[in-house]
Design a protein around this ligand. Structure first.
Ligand SMILES: Cc1ncc(COP(=O)(O)O)c(C=O)c1O
Length: 376
C-alpha cells in the first residue's frame, strides 16, 4: 500500500483545482492578452483568480502578480529591492529556503553583506535577534512565515513593523504558511510576499508575488509586459485557475490529532527520538524529528520500500547529500542533522496511516540498530 506523507514538498492536487484546470484549459483556451472573445474569456479567468487570491490573503487585487511559483517570486522580490553590485546589508534568517538563500549568496558574492540570523533551539528566529542585525546600512530584510522543514512559525509581524518604521523593504516567504497560518498582507504591510499553489493542493509551477502598492518590480525576464509590465510571459491560465480553486480546500488544522498521536507513539517506542520545534508554535501537519545514530537517507529508503513517502532533512545539491542547513543553524552537529526525517501529513492521511508509519519507523530503526550490533 502506498502512503504519501510529504505534503510540504508538494501537496497532491485537490479535486476543485483539477476541475478548474481542466475547465480553464478547455473552455478558455485563448491568450489573455488577445482582444477577441477567446482572449477575453481567458482574461476573465485570470482576473477572477486574482480577486479570489487577493481577498483570501487580505491584499488588493492589484498587488497580486502571477509567477511560476515561490522560487520565482522570491527572486523577483530580491532582484527588485537590490540592484546588482549594490553595497549594503541584507538581513535574513539562516533557515530560509534556498530560493532566498541562493540569490542572496549571489549578492554576497557581488559585495553585499548578508547576515543570516540563527534560530533558537526551537527553530524560531526571534524578532529581537533579527532587529539586532538590522542597521542603517540595511537594504532589505527576508523572513519566512513558516519553515518548510520544521513547520515552526516565525514572528514576522514584529520585524515587519520595525522595517516599515525604518523604510526597509521586507520580503516574507509565505509559501508554507498559505492555508495553514492566518495572515493579512495589508495588515502586515510588507513590500513583498511569496506564495505557491502546489503547497495547498493547487497545480505545480504557478504562484504569486504580492507587492505593496507603489513598490516597483524589476522584471527578471523582460518581454511582452504582461501582469502590468511586472512579469512578462503569457499567463498560465489553467494553473492560475487551479491555484485560486485550491484556496481553503484543505483544512490543515485537522491534521493536529493525527500528528500528535504519531509523535506520541514514536516517543513511547523510540526513547531517543527528538522532535524539532516541539515547543514552538508550528503548523499542524508537520513533524520533524531526529533519530540519533541513524542515517535519515537509509531510513527514508527503507520507508520508501514499505510504501511510505516521507522526506529526510537533507538537501541534494550537485549529487551529494548535504545535512539540513536548518538543523545545522539550530546548533545540531552534522551526524544528528543527517538523522532527520520530516513527515508532513497530506489530505487523505488517516490515523491508521500515522499508526502504520510509526510501526514501520520502529521496525526500520530496530533493524538498523540490530545490523549495527546495538541494543534496541
Ligand atoms: C518556504 C519555501 N519557499 C519557497 C519554496 C519554493 O517554491 P516553488 O516550489 O513554488 O518554487 C518552497 C518549496 O519547497 C518553500 O518551502
Amino acid at each position: 500500500m502506498k502512503r504519501y506523507l510529504d505534503c510540504n514538498a508538494t501537496c497532491p492536487p485537490v479535486q476543485a483545482a483539477l476541475d478548474a484546470v481542466a475547465k480553464a484549459a478547455t473552455e478558455a483556451a485563448g491568450n489573455p492578452s488577445s482582444l477577441h472573445w477567446a482572449g477575453r474569456a481567458a482574461r476573465r479567468i485570470v482576473d477572477d483568480a486574482r480577486d479570489r487570491i487577493a481577498s483570501y490573503v487580505g491584499a488588493e487585487s492589484g498587488s497580486v502578480v502571477f509567477t511560476s511559483g515561490g522560487t520565482e517570486s522570491n527572486n523577483i522580490a530580491i532582484h527588485s529591492a537590490i540592484a546588482p553590485h549594490q553595497p549594503g546589508r541584507i538581513v535574513c534568517t539562516a533557515i530560509e529556503h534556498p530560493a532566498i538563500l541562493k540569490p542572496l549568496q549571489r549578492l554576497a558574492d557581488q559585495g553585499c553583506e548578508v547576515i543570516r540570523v540563527r534560530p533558537d533551539h526551537n527553530g524560531v528566529v526571534s524578532a529581537e535577534s533579527m532587529l539586532a542585525a538590522i542597521n542603517d546600512q540595511t537594504r532589505m530584510v527576508c523572513m519566512m512565515l513558516v519553515n518548510n522543514e520544521s513547520g515552526a512559525i516565525q514572528p514576522v509581524g514584529d520585524v515587519a513593523a520595525n522595517c516599515r518604521q525604518r523604510g526597509i523593504p521586507m520580503l516574507v516567504d509565505a509559501v508554507q504558511a498559505l492555508g495553514k497560518v492566518p495572515f493579512d498582507f495589508r495588515q502586515l504591510d510588507v513590500d513583498f510576499m511569496s506564495l505557491s499553489a502546489h503547497k495547498i493542493g493547487g497545480p505545480k509551477g504557478v504562484g504569486a508575488l504580492l507587492v505593496k502598492r507603489g513598490v516597483k518590480l524589476q522584471e527578471l525576464a523582460p518581454g511582452g509586459g504582461q501582469e502590468r509590465g511586472r512579469r512578462s510571459g503569457t499567463e498560465n491560465v489553467p494553473g492560475i485557475a487551479g491555484f485560486a480553486a485550491a484556496l481553503g480546500e484543505i483544512d490543515f488544522s485537522s491534521f493536529a490529532p493525527i500528528r500528535d498521536a504519531f509523535e506520541q507513539q514514536l516517543a513511547t517506542q523510540i526513547p531517543e527520538v527528538r522532535f524539532v520545534a516541539e515547543q514552538a508554535p508550528r503548523t499542524a501537519n508537520t513533524s520533524l524529528f531526529v533519530l540519533p545514530g541513524m542515517d535519515g537517507e537509509t531510513l527514508l529508503m527503507q520507508l520508501d520500500l514499505a510504501g511510505f513517502a516521507v522526506a529526510s532533512g537533507s538537501a541534494c545539491s550537485s549529487g551529494k547529500r548535504d545535512p539540513s542547513h536548518v538543523l545545522l543553524a539550530m546548533g545540531m552537529n552534522e551526524s544528528l542533522a543527517r538523522s532527520s526525517i520530516r513527515v508532513s501529513f497530506a489530505p487523505g492521511n488517516s490515523m491508521a496511516d500515522a499508526d502504520a508509519l510509526a510501526a514501520a519507523l520502529v521496525q526500520s530503526r530496530n533493524r538498523l540498530k540490530g545490523m549495527a550490533g546495538l541494543a534496541t
